[in-house]
Design a protein around this ligand. Structure first.
Ligand SMILES: Cc1cc2nc3c(=O)[nH]c(=O)nc-3n(C[C@H](O)[C@H](O)[C@H](O)COP(=O)(O)OP(=O)(O)OC[C@H]3O[C@@H](n4cnc5c(N)ncnc54)[C@H](O)[C@@H]3O)c2cc1C
Length: 426
């Protein structure tokens, strides 16, 4: 639905559900353009935990435009590289971090919780955050949306943005059940924090098994280690998202009898208090908006951890959505249409890449793993190593720069269209 008629009542107040990456990034831009964002997060406080996430291409440009790039660099994981080991812990080969991460110069990597913290700190003085609450119901009419929160509070907003992740509650309320949009890619991912008993320093150690991959890493400044497990499962596993004990049992079953450090890591899983397990899935939707409600980040188009691009897409989406709202003078019909037009090709490119990566990460035969280990062993010694590394990076870099970043004009120009804008302290 394209509209050439500007909305009679341009949007100003925006409720954003979810305070991880997409939500606070959107709030930063909306405030900068003169909108009045409120962010509601169901967790009682900012969730600081997480895993390392790549920031490449577009994501770095957007961090620079947000004025947070120096802080991001200061919290870089600063990984030096990684190695593959066999079942007895012997090193098969080592590769520098750029090759592992498919990174070009200037790209970086940060813990998800650190990035969320930077965005939150940058916006908290200017943006209303409601922690420990969630949207219970939404009722839209011609002029806005009446939102009832779990806490019982009822408020009016011009627009509502669901930035509440893969299992988006906003999506369920407005578009329907998750299973209509989720496409399982045939594997699970688990991650948790444990003592750094391997003594890793800015280093990741991988161990590959048929249909499975284990990675233990410790980044700059960390005293503990993150233990990451990926395993194939032809069928989706039956478990509740709230039942962590059942999830730990499923992980234990998937890696039962495996060698290297795995039995010890399974012991750490038992006591981990940040244990995470989820399917590797995409969210695919024909539309990301309905009326005055729009989805952003993983809620709209999860590309899965396998893409290594979910954070970048969340940042790009926030930049584009806020920019289009500002450019349309708050007319959500025009802005939502354009947001999808700009974002969708890049999103689809990243989702296709994820499908390939899941299979690559979990090579399903000993022969495929042996071939991979041969590459890992010989790559650093070949005279063409830089060329090969460049080739590996090429697809990742194309995907990381797949969203065309328009210039949405100066703050002053938008301020004229949306009076009341104040520049965020930078
Ligand atoms: C193990 C792992 C590794 C990853 N590695 C990478 C990587 O290398 N590179 C990369 O770019 N991406 C990576 N990702 C993906 C990346 O973390 C996500 O794509 C990114 O965090 C998406 O941000 P988001 O803000 O859209 O959603 P999320 O980060 O999922 O945040 C959603 C927020 O909404 C909140 N919420 C949920 N329900 C409600 C509700 N009802 N009401 C209010 N709030 C709610 C949640 O508490 C959360 O704070 C990885 C993900 C995982 C799991």
């Amino acid at each position: 639905m394209t509209s050439s008629v500007r909305s009679a009542h341009p949007a100003r107040t925006v409720l954003v559900s979810g305070a991880s990456i997409a939500g606070p990034a959107l709030a930063l831009w909306l405030h900068r353009y003169g909108f009045v964002p409120t962010v509601v997060e169901k967790a009682p406080a900012l969730r600081t935990g997480g895993y390392k996430v790549d920031l490449r291409g577009d994501a770095i440009g957007i961090c620079a435009r947000m004025g947070i790039l120096d802080e991001v660099r200061a919290r870089s994981t600063d990984m030096a590289g990684g190695s593959y080991v066999d079942s007895r812990g012997r090193t098969i080969g080592e590769l520098p971090a750029e090759v592992f991460g498919g990174r070009e110069e200037g790209d970086d990597e940060i813990m998800r919780g650190d990035l969320a913290g930077i965005l939150y700190e940058r916006t908290r003085a200017d943006v209303e955050y409601l922690f420990g609450d969630s949207i219970a119901s939404l009722a839209e009419d011609a002029d806005g949306v009446t939102v009832t929160f779990d806490s019982g509070t009822v408020r009016r907003f011009d627009l509502v943005v669901g930035a509440d992740g893969l299992h988006s509650h906003t999506r369920r309320l407005v578009f329907g059940e998750e299973r209509r949009f989720k496409r399982y890619l045939g594997a699970y991912i688990s991650i948790f924090t444990a003592p750094n008993h391997l003594g890793l320093k800015r280093w990741e150690t991988y161990h590959a098994l048929p249909g499975k991959l284990v990675c233990v890493y410790s980044s700059s400044g960390e005293t503990s280690a993150k233990n990451l497990f990926v395993f194939r499962s032809p069928q989706e596993l039956p478990y509740s998202h709230r039942d962590v004990t059942a999830q730990k049992r499923l992980l234990g079953e998937a890696f039962a009898g495996d060698g290297w450090e795995i039995p010890r890591l399974m012991g750490h899983a038992e006591t981990a208090d940040d244990f995470y397990l989820d399917s590797i899935s995409l969210i695919e939707m024909d539309r990301w908006s309905r009326g005055r409600v729009v989805l952003l980040g993983d809620a709209a188009h999860c590309a899965s951890p396998a893409s290594g691009q979910g954070t970048g897409l969340a940042l790009a989406g926030a930049y584009v959505l806020a920019g289009e709202l500002a450019a349309a003078g708050g007319d959500h019909r025009v802005a939502f249409e354009e947001y999808e037009r700009v974002m969708r090709p890049g999103v689809e490119q990243n989702q296709r890449m994820a499908e390939g990566f899941v299979k690559e990460m979990t090579a399903d035969t000993r022969w495929k793993i042996a071939l991979r280990m041969f590459m890992v062993r010989t790559l650093p010694k070949t005279p063409w190593k830089n060329l090969i590394a460049k080739k590996i990076r090429e697809d990742i870099q194309k995907a990381a720069n797949a969203v065309p970043l328009k210039e949405y004009g100066t703050y002053e120009a938008h301020a004229a269209a949306a009076p009341g804008a104040r520049r965020l302290a930078s």
